[in-house]
Design a protein around this ligand. Structure first.
Ligand SMILES: Cc1ncc(COP(=O)(O)O)c(C=O)c1O
Length: 453
């Protein structure tokens, strides 16, 4: 019988995170203070984050030890399996060998708990009692509620209103782990009240929810803020994925020709690709593809510029590929990919030509997701369907070119709480969004005067 899953034991859980900042050909530009335009220091971040995480944010050490308390929790679902997608290969009639690493086996159903447990650990260590955050699709909010539950902290989650209404079971999952969930924009913060005064029927966005959570954390002594993507320390925590995948590809006797992942803020993409990009930076040939929605094409149509991480303008300015912080993406079902910016680390790698990006429409992504469910069995999250379509596109290319290739993609989560999106797809009710250039101009105009990296 041929091998379908490459499994590791708990002894193989990585003991250190890989920090790609140590190996970047072009060093990262620093975040800037929006008022002074000067680089911010650790002290500027202290109201929002514990020092342990701020140190990781600015660290240039290649390897950072994972604390044993974090490893104990990671062991609840790690190592995650690496599958060979033989049935998908057969359906495509491709000579390519397709592998996928599956993060949907975590309790929250995605890669997000990998960083949630680490972030909450460092907060707990420094005496923080409550953490405020935002969630789009609900995956990150669930991950944070789960981690806060383990460490005995209160999780306050501002959930984008459209998801709050569409996904009651995601909300209930957060509540099951003890999280407190508020639809955003809310009347509980100045930022929320300002948005509601302008747009009373606002359905919210990730950028707005971030503004609310940041304000909440900044205004309370007992509270800090946590972000589920974008920042260096979040991407760092996700590298356990790629470090395991390297061992598993070794077990399969392979090294990937192509690595594919979806890109929202960049954390699952970083998780699977950074440990392999270490090899590429040091001379190995490797193609790395980030897949994003055509309705929110940050990497393919955004500008590399300083911009706010949130919609209202409360965070430091980050050097990143951005559509402009006032850009509100269309209501596609991949809620976790509806973010105006991209992680500075991922943005810098794109600038340096170490990775490439492609945008897909949501209908074709759902078609790929259904093909995947019918061949491999797993119903993917709408976000992950972008990676599946990216991998299928590469496998079809291999077929046309008659090339054997090893394709590795990251299946970042399952879609068990996204069945209403599947229902809309089956009913033929999904819209594709072309996004004319003029729609991008307004948000770009709003940031043109910000410093250029
Ligand atoms: C399942 C899943 N995949 C991907 C993403 C995108 O986030 P990131 O780019 O940080 O991995 C999300 C975000 O919510 C998600 O829930």
């Amino acid at each position: 019988m041929s091998v379908t899953k490459y499994l590791l034991s708990e002894r193989d859980i990585p003991r250190q995170w890989y920090n790609i900042a140590a190996d970047l050909p072009t060093p990262l530009r620093p975040p800037l203070h929006p008022g002074t335009g000067q680089p911010i220091g650790p002290g500027d971040l202290a109201p929002l984050f514990p020092m342990g995480l701020i140190e990781q944010e600015v660290s240039r050490e290649r390897w950072i030890d994972i604390p044993s308390e974090v490893l104990d929790l990671l062991a609840l679902w790690r190592p995650t399996p690496l599958h060979r997608a033989r049935r998908l290969e057969q359906a495509l009639g491709t000579p390519a060998r397709i592998y996928y690493k599956y993060e949907g086996v975590s309790p929250a159903g995605s890669h997000k708990p990998n960083t949630a447990v680490a972030q909450v650990y460092y907060n707990k260590k420094e005496g923080v009692r409550r953490i405020a955050t935002e969630t789009g699709a609900g995956q990150w909010g669930c991950a944070l509620a789960l981690a806060c539950n383990f460490f005995g902290l209160e999780a306050k989650v501002y959930m984008v209103k459209v998801s709050y209404d569409q996904k009651p079971y995601r909300r209930l999952l957060m509540e099951t782990w003890g999280g407190k969930v508020t639809p955003s924009p809310s009347r509980e913060t100045e930022a929320g009240r300002r948005i509601l005064a302008e747009t009373p029927d606002s359905t919210g966005s990730l950028g707005i929810a971030i503004s609310e959570a940041v304000e909440d954390a900044a205004s309370r002594e007992d509270t800090k803020y946590a972000l589920g993507s974008v920042l260096n320390h979040v991407l760092l925590h996700q590298t356990v994925i790629g470090l395991e995948a390297k061992k598993q590809m070794d077990l399969a006797g392979e090294y990937p020709d192509v690595i594919v992942a979806c890109c929202g803020g960049g954390s699952n993409f970083a998780g699977i690709s950074f440990p392999f990009l270490y090899d590429k930076i040091h001379g190995r040939t490797l193609d790395v593809l980030g897949c994003e929605p055509a309705a929110c094409p940050t990497l393919t149509r955004g500008h590399f510029h300083y911009d706010f991480g949130d919609s209202v303008g409360m965070t430091p300015l980050l050097p990143m590929h951005t559509l402009g912080h006032t850009f509100v993406p269309a209501g596609i079902h991949a809620g976790g990919l509806r973010y105006h910016g991209m992680a500075p680390l991922v943005s810098q790698l794109l600038n340096d030509g170490l990775i490439r990006a492609q945008a897909f429409q949501q209908t074709e992504c759902f078609e790929a997701a259904v093909l995947f469910a019918r061949t491999e069995g797993i119903v993917p999250a709408p976000e992950s369907s972008h990676a599946i379509l990216g991998a299928i596109t590469e496998a079809r290319k291999a077929k046309e070119e008659g090339k054997e290739k090893a394709i590795l993609f990251l299946l970042s989560g399952h879609g068990h709480f996204d069945m209403s999106a599947y229902a809309a797809h089956f009913a033929g009710g999904l819209e594709d969004f072309e996004l004319p250039a003029c729609e991008l101009e307004g948000a770009w105009d709003a940031i043109q005067h910000f410093p250029k990296p």
